[in-house]
Design a protein around this ligand. Sequence first.
Ligand code: KG4
Ligand code: ZN
Length: 380
Amino acid sequence: DRPLTFLGIESSCDDSAAAILRDGPAAGRVLASVVRGQGALHAAFGGVVPEIAARAHAEVLDHCVEAALARAGVGLGDLDGIAVTAGPGLIGGVLAGVMTAKGLAAATGLPLWGVNHLAGHALTPRLTDDLAFPYLLLLVSGGHCQFLVVEGPDRFRRLGGTIDDAPGEAFDKVARILGLPQPGGPEVEREAATGNPRRIPLPRPLLDREGCDLSFSGLKTAVLRARDSLMSAHDGIMSGHDEIKSGQQTRVPSAHLSGHSDGQLSGQSGLRESDRRDLCAAFQAAVADILAEKTRRALALYRDAAPLRPAFAVAGGVAANAAIRSRLQAVCAAESVEFVAPPLALCTDNAAMIAWAALERARAGLGPDAAISARPRWPL
Ligand code: KG4
Ligand code: ZN
């Protein structure tokens, strides 16, 4: 009964990742976590291009696995199982991961777990903290935003979620609107740090509605309008931007990356540095307000199930935002709820969370999975 050692593989978006986990005390479980981002490959397109992502995953996943094994000082013979993201995500990337994992499993005879990417994010707080089920989770990433009561390794109860964009997607679009590079979240956060969050008023969509559903698309559109009126107020130089006045023609960049040029969107020359910082600060404050208020409501719903020691955890890429984290922490402090946030590197996409989700299931006697197929859509 030596502790289980798992290999994890993740490739559902634009990060190729492999990790080695060994069960034991929470602090030391991650033996190695290798993440290769593809940012540079997609930079020219203003977003992730699925075909390019898939090919890049297929090329580098083997290297990621080798690097993770080497860094952990572990051989294939030391492994007890292989975990791979089987969805949801970009199908080409998910397929590349599943093929890599199946190849390794066939070569070694190791059992294989197909992991839901969202379950990976949702269980991450238990990887590095001694956190008991059930806890309330806010999953906030580039593709997702939902409140889940996490009741077990494969038991999730959804309390609410976004009705349109995910917050990370909104951060990325706002960055594009303001001429900042991708991924936008960290860029907007950096700009916001020195901006005035109260100068430019922005809406807080859906706060007037009951429950804990959220909406971010109107907020992003409001940023676009604010940018345009700031630019036209600035001086007459930006006469090319008369779309501002005829609201209909305002162009919102699409989430997916048709390869259009960002030049006309960024309009950096027309937007003052200080305006950009204030817009970033106003946007981030609006997102934080929305998440804080909805978290308060989700906590009330979750506490009806009356766990003895209520706990709230946050996961996903947007949880890397320090301003948002501290707002959520303050909400929990006011409600006497324990607040748990995984280390930043485990908030954004990684393979340790995938190996962990499988390890959790293995410990509970769930799996391995006899047949794994790649699923682009796979709600929890
Ligand atoms: O979880 P993740 O790595 O991938 C998904 O599964 O979506 O999240 C990536 C998202 C991106 O939209 C990125 O802009 C956002 O998380 N993000 C941030 C920050 N760091 C990453 N958003 C706000 N502030 C940050 N510091
Ligand atoms: Zn993710």
